[in-house]
Design a protein around this ligand. Structure first.
Ligand SMILES: Cc1cc2nc3c(=O)[nH]c(=O)nc-3n(C[C@H](O)[C@H](O)[C@H](O)COP(=O)(O)O)c2cc1C
Length: 178
């Protein structure tokens, strides 16, 4: 790539967000439990390693979730289904109530190993021990070691692409919508 493509407007946060949003993802809810439970919508989730079983999520250093993860040994991850867009919107809204009250409007259950809140009917729920945190600019990359993994109902994933929540649309191999 020509050097001029890597400078100026191309690297402004808004431009970066728009361009990198071309990468479609699923949507997860990251949670911590204890006396001040907290949840945050995140699409930076990635599986990292099978042995040991590791996953990661990148958290903005300015998010309340960042302070929560700095003071908790465990976190939960719920991979949201296409029917759970309201859950994703709720936990991405900085005006939501704090502490336990933010979970009043969602159907959740405590993880069996750590008690972290997990979202009922999510596609899969994970409980993790915080394994490492790596500095990543204005985010921290939290790597978690899986403690439990529970499959939920077979359902479609909620997607995020180009700044919007999306649903899967089905096409067969010829590209015809089914
Ligand atoms: C689809 C979607 C994905 C998001 N992914 C992340 C993410 O991976 N990391 C992050 O720090 N914030 C992410 N956010 C933003 C946070 O959810 C949002 O800023 C939230 O209000 C932060 O909560 P807190 O400051 O109360 O912890 C995402 C928002 C949306 C809508």
């Amino acid at each position: 790539m020509a050097p001029e493509r890597l400078s100026g407007r191309a690297l402004e946060p808004g431009t970066l967000r728009r361009s990198l949003g071309a990468f479609a993802t699923g949507v997860t809810l990251v949670t911590v439990g204890g006396r001040t439970p907290h949840g945050m919508t995140a699409n930076s989730f990635t599986s990292v390693s099978l042995d040991p079983p590791l996953v990661l999520v990148c958290v903005d250093r300015g998010a309340l979730m960042h302070a929560s993860l700095e003071s908790h040994a465990h976190f939960g991850l719920s991979v949201l289904s296409s029917r759970q867009e309201p859950v994703a919107r709720h936990f991405a809204d900085r005006r939501r109530p704090l502490g336990a009250a933010q979970f009043d409007t969602v159907d959740w259950f405590p993880g069996r190993a750590t008690g972290v809140p997990l979202i009922r009917d999510a596609l899969v729920t994970l409980e993790c021990a915080v394994w490492r945190g790596y500095a990543g600019g204005d985010h921290t990359i939290y790597v978690g070691r899986l403690l439990t993994l529970t499959d939920g109902p077979e359902a479609e994933a909620l997607l995020f692409h180009a700044g919007r929540f999306r649903q899967l649309s089905h096409t067969d191999s010829s590209g015809v919508a089914t």
